[in-house]
Design a protein around this ligand. Structure first.
Ligand code: FMN
Length: 429
């Protein structure tokens, strides 16, 4: 997130919004993450100019292109990008991720999304967004095809026998001959099998369809959860679905987001939070909220409450975020101004302001109390918020024995403690 996760971060003196298309800026961020021994960096993405660029630093690099450039200046940190299954073809996607996995020596991860906004559909010749359920149907077939393409080369296929003039043992390179409802793909892929076999599969939808999809395919799940109790319910629910797909609970890592607002004292952290809130542009917040709730809130008084909302079943965009925001407003009796302030830091992800010690306590609690296997750290402002986390929170977690002090593996799956997937198409695997 260019200047940070807070929607007013770009106006804060500790950020550099003019660097949104500066490769060096992102290289510095990735190196900072690596200095902190973090598992990975994650670049979210959408296929439209989301939000209102008049009031925020939006746009910037296409993630796979940027991650390829980051791969060249880092050695350990994982590189995860969002790619939509609704507006891509499996062949393109499989090829790009296989390339990134080779380029990075096995550090690629794919955040599989079905895309939630009609703005994206309108960039691809459609007036309306494909229905939520059908998007997930397409996603399932998409991942199936991509996986087969990654498996279309066995690891031992390139024999490189100069004397005999044989580059590849073509018995180990196969067509996949996929014919399904959404795709017809012959294969094989035109990239050799990559260090991880295929990228780490990440998923981020939390609706009923989203959770089922995750239980079947995902190795890591990003999720927005506001309270420990909600986090525990989600964690238990998702882990309990894995057995139905022949999987063990530890095969999927659950990573709730947290936006840590760090101060050297609690008062300093609160002051930073208030400073960021004071920089918010209300029209921007209303616009974002209108999109999340699928109602037009423009022009409504900020001191008033939300109008009547649709039901979740009628939402064709991001269902889980709709429900989270609607519940938050109801539960805490928030007016529009308060709601915009609460969503400013994490857009529905949990925001926590405190000292490094207090933040470490929160992470430890969620981790030990069954709400998280790890976290998606979403600094409110960049680069400073990431530096503060790496320099002040990570050492506390390390002292408590909760976090690595050195990388012990090479690949992203090594960092997550997950095995390299077997080749399902290999005959002599
Ligand atoms: C941490 C996190 C990151 C996400 N990143 C993206 C993203 O980069 N692009 C995107 O289109 N959707 C993103 N989403 C949205 C989800 O992929 C999904 O579309 C959304 O949660 C709605 O799914 P649902 O209707 O199944 O709940 C993200 C969600 C979370 C929790």
């Amino acid at each position: 997130m260019n200047a940070g996760h807070h929607d007013a971060a770009w106006r804060h003196p500790r950020t550099s919004p003019e660097r949104a298309t500066d490769l060096r800026y992102f290289q510095e961020l990735a190196r900072t993450a690596e200095r902190g021994k973090l598992d990975s960096v994650f670049l979210a993405d959408g296929l439209a100019l989301w939000g209102n660029a008049r009031h925020n630093v939006l746009g910037g690099f296409e993630p796979l292109t940027l991650l390829s450039a980051l791969a060249a200046v880092t050695e350990h940190v994982g590189l995860i990008a969002t790619v939509s299954t609704t507006f891509n073809e499996p062949f393109h996607t499989a090829r790009k991720f296989a390339s990134l996995d080779h380029l990075s020596g096995g550090r690629a991860g794919w955040n599989i999304v079905t895309s939630g906004s009609v703005d994206e559909a309108r960039n691809f010749g459609q007036d309306e967004h494909l229905e939520h359920r059908l998007r997930y149907d397409r996603a399932r077939e998409f991942v199936d095809v991509a996986t087969k393409l990654w498996d279309s080369w066995e690891d031992e296929a390139p024999v490189i026998d100069r004397e005999r003039g044989v580059y590849a043992d073509t018995d180990k390179v196969r067509a996949i001959d996929h014919e399904g409802e959404y795709f017809r793909v012959r294969g094989p892929l035109n990239v050799q099998r990559s260090p991880q076999g295929y990228p780490l599969l990440v998923q981020a939808g939390s609706s009923e369809d989203g959770k089922e999809f995750a239980a079947q395919h995902a190795e890591a799940v990003f999720t927005a959860q506001q309270t420990l109790a909600d986090g525990q319910t989600f964690y238990k629910d998702l882990k309990s679905r894995l057995a139905g797909h022949g999987r063990a609970p530890q095969e999927l890592k659950i990573l709730p987001g947290i936006c840590p607002v760090i101060g050297s004292t609690e008062a300093e952290a609160r002051a930073l939070e208030e400073e960021l809130t004071a920089l918010q542009v209300p029209e921007y917040g209303l616009h974002q909220l209108s999109k999340m709730l699928d109602v037009d809130l423009s022009g409504l008084p900020l001191d008033g409450t939300l109008p009547d909302l649709p039901e979740e079943r009628d939402i064709n965009g991001n269902k889980s975020r709709f429900t989270l925001v609607a519940e938050m407003a109801r539960r805490d009796g928030l007016n529009l101004r308060q709601l915009i302030a609460r969503l400013g830091g994490g857009r529905g992800h949990r925001v926590f302001a405190g000292t490094p010690e207090q933040i470490a306590d929160q992470l430890e609690e969620w981790f030990t109390e069954g709400a998280a296997d790890g976290f998606n750290i979403m600094p409110p402002h960049l680069p400073g918020g990431l530096e503060d986390f790496v320099d002040h929170v990570v050492p506390i977690l390390q002292r408590r024995g909760l976090f690595r002090t050195e990388y012990t593996g090479r690949t992203l799956r090594d960092h997550y403690g997950l095995p390299r997937p077997a080749n399902r198409l290999a005959v002599h695997a």
